[in-house]
Write a protein that binds this ligand. Structure first.
Ligand SMILES: NC(=O)c1ccc[n+]([C@@H]2O[C@H](COP(=O)([O-])OP(=O)(O)OC[C@H]3O[C@@H](n4cnc5c(N)ncnc54)[C@H](OP(=O)(O)O)[C@@H]3O)[C@@H](O)[C@H]2O)c1
Length: 255
């Protein structure tokens, strides 16, 4: 006797297309942010690309059609004035500051305050002023660009790792609070990408070499290695994923 064939009942695969949904990307003048703007624009999103100056965004916006927006993540007034009026469907909190490489006993607490101010406080303020419009529109998605440094102890990363651990908590609590509004909130936690932020430290052979030897995939991430999962987490293909911190780390934190 032959088995009764199973009837396919699933819908067509969810599309990564954003159909004109408006998504704010902070840190858009930097390496990962610019790659994210390019991928989102290619996937049909209407992108608002932000950094501290319009000049730093001009060529990216010419290339992609993104709308430039300048504000400073250290200033609540600047964030409020820029973000409050936007009819957003989504947010990528990618703006960030690397701070210093220091031990706890050598840390410069002013640098610690600045790192926390940009990476954690700034991201929370963007969420605070973006979410009311997202609720009015019936839902959306947020991705916070965190780091592997939130998940494991890395030498010298006392300030930066603390800021990204705070950001992961902002992700989890925001996911808890906003789920009822159909808003998903996730983090991506990349390993090193050789942008301006990381090259000064990880580009040193005596630092980068031993690190890569301990990573299963044994190479640095590219900006598109990070932008791709950000776009996935924003998309409807990730409709059941919220509150997650997704390592993009070549397996480093899985060891
Ligand atoms: N590169 C890595 O290895 C790596 C690894 C893991 C996670 N990350 C995270 O990924 C994100 C992007 O990193 P990236 O490597 O692409 O950095 P990047 O090239 O150095 O760019 C940093 C971005 O943050 C913006 N920014 C800095 N301070 C700001 C402020 N006070 N107000 C508004 N914007 C500000 C910069 O804009 P301006 O033009 O205004 O300076 C720039 O767009 C960061 O959150 C970073 O922590 C990076």
């Amino acid at each position: 006797m032959t088995a009764t064939p199973t009837t396919a009942t699933t819908d067509a695969p969810a599309s990564a297309g954003f159909n004109g949904r408006t998504i704010l990307v902070t840190g858009a003048s930097g390496g990962i942010g610019a790659a994210t703007v390019r991928q989102l624009a290619a996937a049909g999103a209407k992108v608002v690309a932000s950094a501290r100056t319009l000049e730093s965004l001009a060529s990216l916006c010419d290339e992609t059609g993104a709308q430039p927006l300048a504000f400073d993540l250290t200033s609540e007034a600047s964030i409020r004035d820029a973000v409050e009026g936007l009819e957003l469907w989504g947010v990528v909190n990618c703006g960030g500051f690397g701070g210093e490489i220091a031990t706890p006993q050598d840390t410069d607490i002013d640098v610690f305050d600045k790192v926390i101010s940009i990476n954690a406080r700034g991201a929370l303020l963007v969420i605070k002023y973006a979410v009311p419009a997202m609720i009015r529109q019936g839902g959306g998605a947020i991705v916070n660009v965190s780091s592997q440094a939130s998940m494991v102890a890395l030498h010298g990363h006392i300030s930066y790792g603390s800021s990204k651990a705070a950001l992961d908590n902002i992700t989890r609590v925001s996911a808890l609070e906003l789920g009822k509004h159909n808003i998903r909130v996730n983090s991506v936690n990349p390993t090193v990408v050789m942008t301006d932020m990381s090259n000064f430290y990880w580009g040193r052979p005596e630092i980068g070499g031993p690190f890569l030897e301990q990573m299963p995939l044994g190479r640095w991430a590219t900006v598109d290695d990070v932008a791709g999962p950000i776009v996935f987490l924003l998309s409807d293909a990730a409709a059941m994923i919220t509150g997650a911190s997704l390592p993009i780390d070549g397996g480093y934190t899985s060891r």
